[in-house]
Design a protein around this ligand. Structure first.
Ligand code: WQD
Length: 338
């Protein structure tokens, strides 16, 4: 079996990608330092795929540990790099944590890859690099705006580092710019595990639905949108995971058209906060208590993907609907609170 290293493989998107790699006949080797995930996720993955993936508890900020890992696993066909801190607000409070964790770790992994005759690298990027794009839906050639947070800056810098490295080494890369990942595996064995009070909309909604949170605060209803609330492109995490497998296969099979390719991963449909609330109420049968409050600092009005390039070049398309995403998130919330 072809081995693929998945850094951050016990995280939300990483764990779902490990499952889809298995389904596609790859063997995932997981690295995670458990700073934003738990070892129980490994058991959840095992219950889904029927075997426990190889797991190394390793901090990618430790350069010698990264070197040691690659000398031990020198037969991986590629790396999918999820490991990073990703809380926008926290990155403003603690920028150096983000620059060390999201940049140093990336550099150490790339240094090892450049020693290989051929290296396939998938980078977890984000639509956050676009800021508030001028035109909707957003295409990959939309201009990258000055980052609104250190988190977003680490994604922009990461993309630039990868481009520079690919120019002078054997590294081939695909940058995947996620829109808003939501939902959970249909088995409810893995899902999103926010630590503390969820920053993101959907886990806050499901925690409100289960009674963990009193009510949802809707951050602003004075945006220039049809219902006044902000619009995002909510993509089911399983669809997102499948895109990573398609991307890795593209590199392994040398089908890439450039040394570095970039794809937006979204559904192509924008949904407002109120539309998400309504969809949740429909799939859960629960009335969701919420109140409209002021806008959140740093939020943009609207972001949803133009999916033509992902559909036509990468050969991937999101298949699951917003309602299916919310139903799976709700099933997961009920499971972990039972
Ligand atoms: C979605 C919408 C909020 C919570 C962030 C990161 C992005 C990516 C995904 C990592 C917005 C509104 C939210 C709440 C609300 N993360 N909202 N009440 O901000 O689009 O993207 O997460 O890659 O990089 O920026 O996602 O889920 O936080 O917010 O009204 O309690 O829901 O204002 O309009 P966001 P989100």
């Amino acid at each position: 079996m072809k081995k693929v290293l998945v850094t951050g493989g016990l995280g939300f998107i990483g764990s779902h990608t490990v499952v889809e790699l298995h389904n596609a006949g790859y063997e995932a080797i997981i690295i995670d330092n458990l700073s934003n995930s738990s070892i129980e996720v490994l058991d959840g993955i095992e219950r889904i795929i029927g075997k426990k993936p190889v797991f190394e508890n390793l901090d990618l900020r430790d350069k010698s540990a990264v070197q040691g890992f690659f000398s031990k696993y020198n037969d991986v066909v590629g790396v999918i790099h999820f490991a990073a801190s990703k809380a926008v607000g926290e990155s403003v409070e603690n920028p150096l944590l983000y620059y060390e964790n999201n940049i140093n770790a990336l550099v150490y992994v790339l240094q090892e890859l450049t020693k290989m005759p051929s290296a396939n690298f998938i980078f977890s990027s984000s639509c956050t690099v676009y800021g508030q794009a001028e035109k909707m839906p957003i295409t990959e050639d939309a201009s990258v705006q000055p980052a609104a947070s250190p988190y977003g800056n680490t994604k922009q810098i990461g993309e630039e580092i990868i481009n520079d490295v690919a120019k002078v080494s054997s590294v081939k890369a695909i940058l995947l710019r996620y829109f808003n990942p939501v939902g959970a595996h249909s088995s409810a064995e893995i899902g999103e595990l926010p630590i503390g009070v969820p920053q993101n909309l959907v886990p806050f909604i499901t925690q409100t639905g289960i009674g963990l949170r009193e009510q949802l605060s809707v951050y602003g209803d004075d945006y220039p949108t049809p219902d006044g609330t902000a619009i995002r492109d909510y993509i089911h995490v399983v669809d997102l995971a499948k895109a990573h497998v398609v991307a890795m296969h593209r590199l392994v099979e040398n089908k890439n058209l450039e040394k570095v390719e970039t794809f937006n991963l979204g559904t192509g449909t924008g949904s407002s906060v109120l539309e998400v609330i309504n969809a949740f109420e429909k799939v859960s049968g629960k009335k969701l208590p919420y109140k409209i409050v002021g806008r959140r600092e740093g939020d943009i009005t609207s972001a949803y993907a133009n999916t033509d390039k992902a559909n036509q070049v990468l050969g991937w398309k999101a298949e699951l609907s917003l309602e299916e995403s919310l139903a799976s998130a709700w099933k997961w919330e009920q499971k972990i609170r039972s």
